[in-house]
Design a protein around this ligand. Structure first.
Ligand code: SF4
Ligand code: SF4
Length: 436
């Protein structure tokens, strides 16, 4: 039993003194809906790795309940077990009682934010990450510096010096930076439907996506246009706030959500995303943002790009390769989108899609989890790469920028010859563009 839990058994606090957001009536009812059956345990990546009850969904719900009922303070131990959670929501998929683990975790982390029970080093790193990632302009500046870091040979020098061994979190950041492609500023703000028009959609261009996977955004627009949609990509759009939501920085998240929702035209049929983490956050706007018509509209109209393209009649040519598909957590568990990407890939002539064991097990990326908790992230990545290697496929398809970078890094470090691509990338390669 952990020290935090021992202290938890010393008696009930006066409910009048409970200040935690977990103690709100609806939240505590959700916590109490856990019947401790343990069905979620095998689905949980951290439980699979550590085998510790307190690093399982059931254990974490137990901890949250203790805090909500005033039997446990927000201690460093409590914080550690919740910080080690990836927020992957695989437990939600597995849970027969419908425990809304994702929103409970976000509420618990908001309490942790308020109580400041994290070590200084971690808080400084978080301040840097949250000061950069949700700000597209700052992110562009940092990526520009990183390009120079690589191009001028500083990265090679730092790696040779062995300095990074003393700073695992910096090492994790460095390891992801094999390629920092140039930002592509050429994404049009509007692309008309080719042929018959089905309606109008807005594209979320994302933060990491727009800077590191601009080709995915461009292919998304072209494919949607080919499928019959007028596509708008408003220039003024900012970050969706996903990272802040999952970290429990709820006020910052709400402000970003309202601003982003206002940036999209009200008359679009769908808001389309090609980044699973962002899509999951957009669909949660209704739950978290409150009375805001634009935010509620965005939540109701958000679709992953594969959902729209799966219904389209696209002229596809041969793409002879063997591929496997990794489910991004926030697409499979957060948005319950599993069949659309597979159906799309299955329609490409001569593409052989082979199953991936544990395809829904997190790869360790989980937003900025791989930068904050590199040891657990590495262990999960090793599991993922081993499963991928078993398939014999030399192409892995997945629809989230974090997973793309994490799996590519794992393959690179293990010398595995593997292409890691977004579904729209393969689809754009297979389309016979001249036929329409
Ligand atoms: S969100 Fe993922 S890591 Fe966290 S408890 Fe659930 S299954 Fe485990
Ligand atoms: S499956 Fe659901 S009800 Fe069962 S222990 Fe896990 S969270 Fe609780």
């Amino acid at each position: 039993m952990t020290p935090g839990i021992e202290r938890a058994t010393t008696g009930l606090a006066d409910p009048a003194t409970i200040k935690t957001g977990l103690a709100a009536a609806a939240t505590i009812n959700a916590i109490r809906s856990c019947v401790h059956c343990g069905i979620c345990l095998p689905a949980c990546p951290t439980y699979r790795v550590l085998g510790e009850e307190m690093d399982s969904p059931r254990g974490r719900v137990y901890l949250m309940r203790a805090v909500a009922e005033g039997r446990l303070d927000v201690t460093e131990t409590y914080t550690h077990h919740l910080d080690l959670c990836l927020g992957c929501r695989a437990c939600e998929t597995a849970c027969p009682a419908g425990v809304p683990f994702g929103s409970l975790l976000e509420t618990a982390r908001a309490d942790i934010e308020r109580h400041g029970a994290r070590p200084l080093r971690r808080r400084l790193l978080e301040a840097f990450l949250f000061g950069v990632f949700p700000h597209p302009h700052r992110l562009a500046i940092v990526l520009g510096l990183l390009r120079r870091y690589r191009r001028w040979g500083i990265q090679a020098l730092v790696r040779r010096s062995g300095l990074l061994r003393r700073f695992p979190r910096l090492a994790a950041m460095d390891a992801l930076l094999q390629d920092v492609p140039r930002t592509d500023a050429a994404l049009p703000e509007f692309l008309a439907a080719r042929g018959r028009t089905l309606g109008r959609v807005a594209l979320l261009t994302g933060c990491v996506q727009r800077h590191l996977f601009a080709d995915v955004n461009r292919d998304t627009m072209r494919l949607l246009s080919l499928a019959g949609w007028d596509v708008v990509a408003p220039r003024g759009q900012g970050c969706c706030g996903a990272l802040e939501l999952h970290a429990g920085r709820l006020e910052a998240f709400r402000a970003r959500a309202r601003a982003l929702a206002a940036a999209f035209p009200a008359d679009v049929d769908w808001v389309v995303t090609n980044a699973a983490g962002c899509g999951s956050a957009l669909r949660d706007y209704g739950h978290w943002v409150g009375e805001d018509a634009a935010a509620s509209r965005v939540a109701a109209r958000t679709r992953d790009v594969t959902e729209l393209l799966a219904e389209a009649d696209l002229p596809l040519g041969s793409l002879p390769l063997t591929a496997t598909y990794h489910d991004p957590c926030h697409l499979a568990h957060g948005q319950r989108v599993r069949s659309a990407p597979r159906a799309l890939l299955g329609r490409i002539p001569d593409l052989r899609l082979v199953p991936l064991a544990d395809s829904e097990l997190c790869c360790g990326s989980a937003g900025v989890f791989n930068l904050l908790e590199p040891e657990m992230a590495d262990r999960l990545l090793a599991l993922k790469i081993a499963r991928i290697a078993e398939t014999g496929a030399r192409t892995v398809v997945t629809g989230n920028p974090g997973c793309l970078m994490q799996i590519a890094r794992g393959a690179r470090e293990r010398g595995l010859d593997l292409a890691v691509v977004h579904p729209v990338t393969l689809l754009a390669r297979a389309v016979r563009w001249e036929d329409r």
